[in-house]
Design a protein around this ligand. Structure first.
Ligand code: SF4
Length: 386
């Protein structure tokens, strides 16, 4: 019989909440979101109801070490809605003493009063989607904010007094020159962020740009993207932000603990439409459709859409895929079913090519390997997870 999430009883110390609202839809994005404000009050009631339902299944939610409120754009909630969200969350979970509570924000909807509210709620970390400070790039990406609004959000965050905060930037965008990227990094670093995430543009299937006959026209070519990535790594590391994952950089002590929990495959629970959960063996996800999500939760039913129990091979693949993205890399003892001598022999060509550092305890991507990134990791999966 297939185990269902309803029967599993692991300890969950990490929670994700998906807030499905954005000011407008970016044409490259397929994250679940709507710009209709009419749904917000109902969503908050449905979310509260989902916490009650999940509490009966998995609760109580005590000793929560990380809570990540993402989206969508949580900062586009009005102040009273943000306060209501905070009340739902604080009444539904009990935090561990040294907890991390992150909230995602975008510049067009961030204000000092919202940041003040978040601090009063107990939020410890805010992540802002700057993406670029070049007006032409922002408009190409269809972002709802201007460069001036991005500067203003960065200034507010630098002064807000959170334990930590992050700025997202993007590269690998058609028409984005290295100078534009360098100016953006310089501009963001001027606010001294303790954490930065840098992502290459990907056109998500199901997004507006993906409908184009040739969706690759929106991205820079592979060589330019690799060059920009190398530039980002060098610029951030020389500014004191050490790379600790393919896309993430932090000053010491400011690494995102929630993301680290994902990469270490710790159990987590996801709330809200399209949110995923994982108990160490199975993964399940909520319905994407906001109306269905709300209707089910308000009727006292779980909004789970599907459950997938991982096969031993899928578990091995996940371990390789996730751990190799990190600076620590893959430890052989995390793959007890794999013959390590054979794996090391199979990986020799990647080692000789300078893409992988292989040692007695495990292996990690070299500096060059990080640049090629996903391609090496895919090869690793094929070589090790047979
Ligand atoms: S990229 Fe971010 S802001 Fe844009 S639609 Fe997607 S979730 Fe919303």
């Amino acid at each position: 019989m297939t185990p269902s999430p309803e029967r599993a009883r692991p300890s969950f110390h990490h929670i994700y909440v998906h807030v499905p609202f954005c000011v407008s839809k970016c044409p490259y994005c397929d994250f679940h979101s709507t710009s209709d404000p009419a749904d917000r009050a109902i969503f908050l009631r449905a979310l509260e109801s989902e916490f009650r339902i999940r509490n009966e299944q998995f609760g109580p939610f005590a000793d929560i070490q990380t809570l990540y409120v993402g989206g969508g754009t949580p900062s586009c909630l009005m102040e009273n809605e943000l306060e209501a969200l905070g009340n739902v969350l604080r009444s539904s979970v009990r935090f561990a003493r040294d907890y991390e509570w992150s909230v995602e924000a975008n510049p067009e909807s961030l204000s000092s009063s919202k940041l003040g509210l978040m601090r009063a709620m107990g939020v410890t970390r805010v992540s802002v989607g700057v993406q670029s400070l070049a007006p032409a790039v922002l408009s190409f990406l269809g972002r709802a904010h201007t460069a001036a609004e991005a500067h203003s959000a960065l200034r507010l965050l630098a002064e807000a007094g959170f334990h930590s905060w992050n700025a997202d930037v993007m590269f690998g965008i058609a028409g984005q020159s290295l100078e534009m990227l360098a100016d953006t990094l310089r501009g963001v670093l001027a606010y001294d962020p303790p954490h930065l995430s840098a992502y290459g543009l990907t056109i998500e299937p199901g997004s507006k740009y993906a409908e184009a006959a040739d969706s690759s026209q929106f991205c820079a070519d592979e060589q330019a993207t690799a060059g920009q990535y190398e530039y980002v790594v060098a610029a951030l590391e020389s500014a004191g932000c050490a790379q600790y994952e393919v896309s993430n950089f932090a000053r010491p002590g400011h690494e995102c603990r929630h993301n680290r929990a994902y990469w270490a495959r710790r159990p987590y629970l996801g709330f809200g439409p399209s949110a995923h959960s994982f108990d160490g063996h199975a993964r399940w996800w909520n319905t994407r459709d906001l109306q269905t999500y709300q209707a089910r939760c308000l009727q006292g039913k779980t909004p789970t859409a599907e459950t997938e129990v991982l096969t031993p091979r899928e578990v091995r693949e996940e371990i390789v895929l996730l751990s190799l993205r990190t600076k620590e890399g893959l430890r052989w003892d995390s793959l007890p079913d794999v013959c390590h001598a054979e794996a090391r022999a199979a990986l020799r060509p990647l080692e000789v090519a300078g893409l992988l550092d292989v040692g007695a305890d495990g292996c990690r991507l070299s500096r060059r390997g990080f640049i090629v990134g996903d391609a090496v990791i895919r090869q690793m999966v094929d070589l090790v997870c047979v």
